[in-house]
Ligand binder design. Structure first.
Ligand code: ASP
Ligand code: MG
Length: 405
């Protein structure tokens, strides 16, 4: 009998009625002959409330205790979900991450899954029960409770689907699928029927917040088809799948905008061997995220400018670290620019089609959007633009690649 994993996010289990609706969905799949595993998040904004509560008690709570606290949110949902299913005469059993053998490393608040003991669930599935598993949590080899990072229930679901060799992992959420771009900015954005793992990974890292990146990585590694769909309707959502050759016919699948960026530029850097290494080693030591890096050399190769983009939230720290470096290495000045954004197009078809970059740059020029930096990979082209131009830029590239068609 085929296994199906259904994951319900916080908004899809926010109250008793929604819990019943999710329960009916699982029961229906069961009656259609599937073995059903449900993975659930904490109800509504529970996790945020728990985080706020911790802040009220202590400004720097130990990470181990944060994990202990946050995992209670999901534990509430699993129990209620099992009760909902029982109340309508079906068999269900709930499990914490630890009970289901979700073994992780010990990095509290961002633990990585090491292995899953799927046999424990299988036993119950074979006995005809719906298994309900708490998302977002695991346990270390020594029995400490861990969490997988915010949004981590997606990862629990896909990892379980992989371990159980499920036919599909369904992600039920409050949107009806993955869109060509953010419909709140571009009203013509269109729901995609399919997207490849690689495209979805890029879209996620470029700012499309549909799913936890780690979940998509799991899906790709173990080839788990992921169906992102609405918990309110029966309409099909978006399938995230391994790429097929006909997927390459579509050159650009989607466009993304990342707004919370900042750029740091070190001007007048002595162009000597090892300087860039020293700069980025120091930045890495402070765990500051570095996105695109640009270096230009001038004055007969003696001097360089090195710029990089980072998350807006890390900009001040990045600047402080660079100010120190400037003093130590004889760098002329450090500049911080917080008014930048990045627009990107993503598509595996770019591997086999040319002219995408020219078309994008041309459209931006016609829209009078200045491009301040360009970076590319096999399936992505990104431009740094002024923050004020960001929405116009996104609309422009969505139009020029006819993503609404
Ligand atoms: N409840 C956790 C969070 O809000 C995990 C999840 O929902 O995926 O981040
Ligand atoms: Mg979520």
């Amino acid at each position: 009998m085929g296994v199906i994993v259904q994951k319900f996010g916080g908004t899809s289990v926010a109250d008793a009625e929604k819990i019943h609706r999710a329960a009916r969905r699982a029961i229906r799949a069961k009656l259609e002959g599937k073995q059903v595993v449900m993975v659930v998040s904490a109800m509504g904004k529970t996790t945020d409330k728990l985080v706020a509560l911790a802040q009220d008690v202590s400004p720097h709570p130990p990470k181990r205790e944060m994990d202990m606290l946050l995992t209670t949110g999901e534990q509430v949902t699993i129990a209620l979900m099992a009760m909902a299913i029982h109340s309508v005469g079906h068999e269900a059993i709930s499990f914490t991450g630890g009970q289901v053998g979700m073994i992780t490393d010990a990095s509290h608040s961002k633990a990585r899954i090491k292995k899953i003991d799927a046999d424990r669930i299988r036993e119950h599935l074979d006995a005809g029960r719906i298994a309900i598993v708490a998302g977002f949590q695991g346990i270390t080899e020594d029995g400490a409770i861990t969490t997988l990072g915010r949004g981590g229930s997606d990862t629990t679901a896909v990892a379980l689907a992989a371990a159980l060799n499920a036919e599909v992992c369904e992600i039920y959420t409050d949107v009806d699928g993955v869109y060509t771009t953010d419909p709140r900015i571009v009203p013509q954005a269109r729901k995609l029927d399919t997207i490849s793992y690689d495209e979805m990974l890029e879209m996620a890292s470029l700012g499309a917040g549909v799913m936890h990146s780690r979940a998509i990585e799991f899906g790709k590694k173990y080839n788990v088809p992921i169906h992102v769909r609405s918990s309110l309707t029966d309409a099909n959502g978006t399938m995230i799948l391994a790429e097929t050759s006909d997927m390459e016919e579509i050159v650009v699948r989607g466009a993304a905008l990342k707004r919370d960026l900042a750029r740091v530029v070190l001007r007048g850097v002595p162009n000597k061997m090892g300087v860039a290494a020293q700069v980025f080693a120091r930045i890495a030591k402070h765990n500051i995220m570095v996105d695109d890096i640009i270096q230009n050399v001038y004055r007969e190769h003696n001097i360089a400018n090195i710029g990089f983009t980072t998350n807006a939230s890390e900009a001040m720290e990045a600047q402080a670290v660079c100010d120190d470096l400037a003093r130590e290495l004889g760098i002329e000045s450090v500049e911080l620019d917080e008014k930048v954004a990045k627009v990107s197009v993503v598509g595996i078809g770019m591997k086999t089609h040319s002219g995408v970059a020219a078309k994008m740059f041309n459209a931006l020029a016609e829209a009078k959007v200045n491009i301040e930096n360009i970076s590319t990979s096999e399936i992505v082209i990104s431009c740094i633009v002024r923050l004020d131009d960001a929405e116009k830029a996104l609309q422009t590239i969505h139009d020029v690649f006819e993503l609404d068609k």
